[in-house]
Design a protein around this ligand. Structure first.
Ligand code: SF4
Length: 448
């Protein structure tokens, strides 16, 4: 249960030394209770107070880390139910499922199609982060190991979907260095799976026939000292799966029940086997409602583009403008003799405009000004994009010293600035560009 400010205050040294940046210990305690400052800001807390407070002031949902090297990921750590309340902390991840019931050719084909989905959108790398390897009970441990080895070659994080003790142990032997997730503990095997996962340093996924069974197994595993867990909420029906995902998250965030505060795994390939359209719809549903790892039977570009766009919208911090760094971006081999085009630092604007310039194949220096992360018209209305701000940018970046070409293209939506910019930048020819970025290709080709 979360502590109140007064409870936290009782554990502070009460010296009001101000080393934490707060005027008094009471003010510090109130801020900690609100989650506004971390406990570590006070260097004078006793070890006993730290131990008591760090557990009580930790987020209601644990942050679980897995994977190794460039495939290291974190899930959980959420503090709110809705994105508009604050922000979500760790974006959900997508997994593609292979199985030891597939032949090697099938697995390789699926993995190569999965790896083909790999692109960048507004500065974020979009790809399938996890390969889930399902163990078919009719198959042997060595069949499972072979499938896991093929999955490991894909160079992604691995999720072992396996309740068989021998197969799980053998699979971890070949992939434990990648810090995988072993999704296989249930009411019947919790102790043995716990030992196997702990020995390999793997996160343990917990499943059950009902939400109560999952809960009881988690409590049992926590009693065995394992809090490195995830909850596989996949049930036999969509209704039950969704209910589990929502109830567990609500119990953790609203009810403060830490046994429910673990990231959730949802397997859409089990909910809608062989139906990629329904799986995509379910993946979108669980992206919005509390799936932390969403497993699918495959991932094509047609599935990925809307899903990753949805995820990016939901997991981007609404309080932070999406900005790129102001500066000169030389596109298509632009040099000091190439034309310049100016726009704002709103990330979406930058990626759309730079993409269209790239498509035109015309060398162009894209000048990104500091406009507070606003779009062109918003920045202009807020006074963040003006003749003065552009002139200031030219001076600070020494554009005249770095670029000999004296043509500057401005966005068509702020054509009204042309005269003023020419006044502030003597010697520059200001050209009004198109209103929409998509018209840039034709515009630059004609201009050239
Ligand atoms: S640093 Fe610690 S002891 Fe000093 S005022 Fe802050 S809370 Fe109190």
């Amino acid at each position: 249960m979360a502590l109140k400010g007064l409870d936290i205050f009782k554990l502070t040294p009460k010296t009001n030394c101000k080393d934490c940046g707060s005027p008094t210990c009471m003010a510090f305690a109130m801020k900690v209770a609100q989650g506004a400052v971390p406990l570590e800001k006070c260097p004078h807390l006793s070890d006993a107070a730290k131990e008591k407070l760090s557990e009580a002031t930790a987020p209601p949902m644990r942050t679980i880390q897995f994977g190794a090297g460039e495939n290291e990921h974190a899930l959980g750590g959420e503090t709110v139910m809705m994105r508009h309340e604050k922000t979500f902390v760790n974006k959900c991840l997508y997994a593609v499922e292979i199985s030891d019931a597939m032949d090697a050719g099938e697995i390789s084909d699926l993995l190569s199609k999965t790896k083909a989905v790999d692109y960048e959108r507004i500065g974020e790398h979009m790809y399938v982060e996890i390969i889930s390897v399902h163990h078919d009970p009719a198959k042997s441990a060595s069949d499972y190991v072979s499938a896991v080895k093929l999955a490991a070659e894909a160079g992604r994080c691995i999720l072992l979907d396996c309740t068989d003790l021998a197969a799980a142990k053998a699979a971890l032997e070949v992939c434990k260095d990648t810090k995988p997730i072993l999704d296989g503990a249930d009411a019947g095997n919790a102790e043995e799976m716990n030992a196997i996962a702990k020995e390999a340093g793997a996160v343990l996924g917990v499943r059950g026939a009902s939400i109560d069974e999952i809960y009881d197994t988690v409590v049992k595993l926590e009693g065995l000292g394992n809090k490195n867990l995830m909850l596989d909420v996949t049930a036999s029906s969509l209704k039950e799966t969704f209910a589990r995902a929502v109830r567990l998250r609500r119990a953790a965030i609203k009810g403060g029940d830490r046994a429910c505060g673990y990231p959730a795994i949802v397997n859409t390939a089990k909910l809608a086997p062989g139906d990629s359209v329904t799986q995509s719809a379910l993946a979108a549903l669980f992206t919005a409602r509390y799936g932390s790892i969403i497993v699918m039977g495959g991932m094509s570009y047609a599935q990925a583009l809307p899903l990753y766009g949805l995820r990016q919208n939901l997991f981007t911090d609404p309080q932070k403008p999406m900005k790129v760094t102001p500066g000169i971006y030389a596109i298509n081999g632009a040099d000091e003799n190439s034309v310049c085009a100016v726009t704002v630092d709103f990330a979406l604007t930058y990626f759309v405009v730079s993409g269209e310039i790239d498509r035109s194949k015309v060398p162009c220096n894209l000048l990104i000004t500091d406009a507070g992360g606003y779009s062109v018209l918003t920045a202009w209305a807020a006074g963040k994009l003006s003749a003065s701000s552009i002139a200031k940018f030219f001076q600070e970046m020494d554009i005249a010293g770095k670029i000999k070409n004296r043509t500057l293209i401005i966005p068509g939506k702020v054509a009204v600035l042309k005269g003023e910019i020419e006044e502030k930048l003597p010697g520059w020819k200001v050209v009004v560009g198109p209103n929409e970025a998509v018209q840039l290709v034709r515009f630059l080709k004609d201009y050239q």
